[in-house]
Ligand binder design. Structure first.
Ligand SMILES: *[C@@H]1O[C@H](CO)[C@@H](O)[C@H](O)[C@H]1NC(C)=O
Ligand SMILES: *[C@@H]1O[C@H](CO)[C@@H](O)[C@H](O)[C@H]1NC(C)=O
Ligand SMILES: *[C@@H]1O[C@H](CO)[C@@H](O)[C@H](O)[C@H]1NC(C)=O
Ligand SMILES: *[C@@H]1O[C@H](CO)[C@@H](O)[C@H](O)[C@H]1NC(C)=O
Length: 361
């Protein structure tokens, strides 16, 4: 504004014309700023209404992946696993719950998860004064009995898995295991770790028991199965692993896969009888592509798979059930995936300025 005031008196000779001109200019500028920010302001307050507004697909047009007869499910527990894209799913559930005024199970005051890595107990959640929560989506270690107790018998249990090779690499980098293991001098700490992983882990566990607590050490072998409740001594027998997989299969009607994210979300929308627009997303807590170590040799990948054998069996099992579900969905499946991709793109173009929105590690 200071620039205007200085520049202006020097221009037109009539003071009345100049004042009108000045007011009109200021109004015009305010209007332009307002209009150019309209999209951003709306998307902040309400993604869903905004998308409906942008696409003209509001109440009049139903675009659902589910038969008209089903009722949207509103009791959902998402067992959040580590480094699997789970923050994005949590965000989708939070948005849905917020939009529909649902009740959330939340960690106790001052905590950001349900006392992970302890096996979940219903008392770990903040008191809801007898109300049954609708949405549960923070980190907690799987415990079927106490989670069912908290969520009620109608709750749908969902979780997500990732290829153990990339999940392990991502965990190793994100949890800064190289620092913890004193391997920062190494050019490739992951490879250094695999020179003698058993011994390294044993040493760290001793240290941990002697007083320094590293909860994330639980993720340094079969971390996804740890989140899903398997005890460490059971990692080593195929029979125990199979039993645990069967229990998960019975408890979770749907297991999502990070590698097939959009496909997963369409299956999720169908499972919960939600609309495709309920599952649009931006990726959260993802590394910049330049920070990701995608150069894992075949030999190293093989070592990672061996080391995380229980997680491999888990992943392979649910990769099979996943594609069976896709097959059962029928030929509308890929049309739905395509429509979700379009919604995501639209949301991105409208709401994000160009650039990267990724986490550091
Ligand atoms: C949620 O609550 C707000 C405020 O009380 C209300 O305006 C809105 O209509 C409610 N939304 C739904 C879906 O019930
Ligand atoms: C997995 O669970 C589904 C649904 O409960 C069930 O139909 C199927 O038989 C189970 N598979 C195995 C191998 O137990
Ligand atoms: C990937 O790793 C191989 C073997 O460790 C190395 O020779 C190659 O230069 C690496 N490539 C990149 C792009 O870092
Ligand atoms: C998952 O299963 C599909 C279909 O069988 C297969 O092509 C793919 O390689 C599997 N993914 C992983 C990461 O193993």
């Amino acid at each position: 504004m200071a620039i205007f005031m200085k520049w202006h008196p020097a221009s037109p000779s009539s003071p009345i014309f100049s004042r009108k001109f000045l007011v009109a200019t200021v109004v015009l500028i305010i209007f332009i700023v307002y209009v150019s920010n309209l999209g951003k302001m709306m998307s902040v307050t309400d993604d869903k209404a905004y998308i409906q507004y942008r696409t003209g697909m509001g109440k009049t047009e139903k675009f659902s992946t589910t038969p008209d007869t089903c009722q949207p499910k509103e009791h959902v527990l998402f067992l959040k696993t580590h480094k699997t894209g789970s923050s994005t799913i949590t965000n989708i559930l939070n948005r849905y719950g917020d939009f529909h005024n649902l009740t959330f199970a939340l960690p106790q005051d001052g905590f950001f998860n349900f006392f992970w890595p302890l096996s979940f107990e219903s008392t770990f959640a903040a008191d809801l004064k007898g109300k049954t929560p609708n949405i549960f989506s923070n980190h907690a270690r799987w415990n079927r009995k106490s989670m069912t107790e908290l969520m009620g018998p109608n709750a749908v249990f969902i979780t997500i898995l990732r290829n153990p090779v990339s999940q392990f690499e991502s965990t190793f980098s994100y949890m800064e295991f190289a620092q913890l293991l004193g391997m920062t001098a190494s050019k490739n700490p992951l490879a250094t770790f695999f020179v003698d992983p058993t011994n390294t882990l044993a040493k760290l566990s001793d240290l941990s028991e002697s007083g320094s607590v590293f909860p994330y050490l639980n993720l340094l072998k079969n971390g996804q199965f740890f989140d899903l409740g398997l005890e460490k001594e059971k990692y080593f027998t195929d029979e125990k692993i199979k039993e645990a997989i069967n229990e998960i299969n019975e408890s979770f009607p749907l297991v999502l896969l990070m590698e097939y994210f959009d496909e997963s979300l369409i299956l999720l929308a169908r499972e919960l009888c939600w609309d495709n627009r309920d599952v649009v997303y931006f990726k959260l807590n993802q590394r910049k592509s330049s920070d990701a170590n995608t150069n894992i040799s075949n030999e190293l990948a093989h070592k990672i798979r061996q080391w995380n054998r229980a997680d491999m069996l888990l992943y392979d099992y649910f990769n099979r059930t996943f594609w069976k579900k896709v097959e059962k969905f029928g030929n509308m499946f890929w049309i739905n995936v395509h429509s979700l991709k379009n919604y995501n793109k639209m949301l991105e173009e409208e709401c994000l300025l160009p650039g990267e929105y990724f986490a550091k590690a």
